[in-house]
Design a protein around this ligand. Sequence first.
Ligand SMILES: Nc1ncnc2c1ncn2[C@@H]1O[C@H](COP(=O)(O)OP(=O)(O)O)[C@@H](O)[C@H]1O
Ligand SMILES: NC(=O)OP(=O)(O)O
Length: 312
Amino acid sequence: MKRIVIALGGNALGNTSEEQLERVRITAKAVVDIVKAGYEVVVCHGNGPQVGMINLAFEKGHEALIVPEMHLPECTAMSQGYIGYHLQQAIDQELVKKQIQDTVVITMLTQVIVDEKDPAFQNPTKPIGRYYDEAEARRLMEETGQKYAEDSGRGYRRVVASPKPVSIYERISLNTLINSHHVVIAGGGGGIPVVKEPDGSYHGVDAVVDKDLAAEKLAELVDADAFIILTAVDKVSIHFGKPNQQDLSQITLAQAEQYIKEGHFAAGSMLPKVNAAMKFIEQKKEGVSIICSLEKAAVALNGKAGTRIISK
Ligand SMILES: Nc1ncnc2c1ncn2[C@@H]1O[C@H](COP(=O)(O)OP(=O)(O)O)[C@@H](O)[C@H]1O
Ligand SMILES: NC(=O)OP(=O)(O)O
């Protein structure tokens, strides 16, 4: 059986609990279509809006002296439960509807191991939470000492440290579950970032890991045959959003490097996806690495949609 890791972008989840319940039904269809196509599936979802929302809710509650402070690793852990619960139910319902038996969906609380010396800790770049206008962002920066930055032309968001994933603590358990044909939701929100102590134990650190990079790390660790990043656009483009936009069906690693140098992929949005898709192919040359829209996932696996990243 072939094995795939699916990275789910923000449009797979929506922003509120109600929106999320609505969106995960559509997401579940895409996931189960891939199960039906004969793949063992690992799903890795984002949490940018959700982890920011949870963190902000606790911050406001703490200011009002009604709840304790809640740090980012705990907020990511909560987001894994909140999103995993909705996704797990929706995928299960879709499996029942499509009469796929003996497949259990499970959400695995996942810790991603990062390097405490990662320079990303000194340079916050990961956007989380809601969008603000520039004036609001400036006021919040002064009032809270938090960092805010423009996010790919969509407004200002809080930015936090985003170290690179080095490994996944639960990698062996994860493989056991996939081997027994579970659909596993893992690495949610990029995983809960942890660092190793000298005594061999782990503790959480204040950061949010990029889910596309964490999903790629998962794909390596479960020896996936395919890695697919589902987002809001059908294909990766050059000259994105300009009159001469050109959608790409296939790019080699060398072409991707060149397009990155030419600045075609926005730093907070498409660039980490292209980097993750490239990294997968660099370590598994005969693997399949695709970026496409949620709706076209199954078709893209048949080579009829999306952008495929190939070694050469
Ligand atoms: N070169 C590009 N080609 C296609 N989309 C791009 C490009 N540069 C930026 N984008 C934008 O990046 C978005 C995907 O990033 P983002 O919304 O952050 O991802 P996610 O789906 O993980 O939330 C696309 O929907 C598109 O608006
Ligand atoms: N953790 C993470 O990368 O989330 P988003 O994809 O929602 O930004």
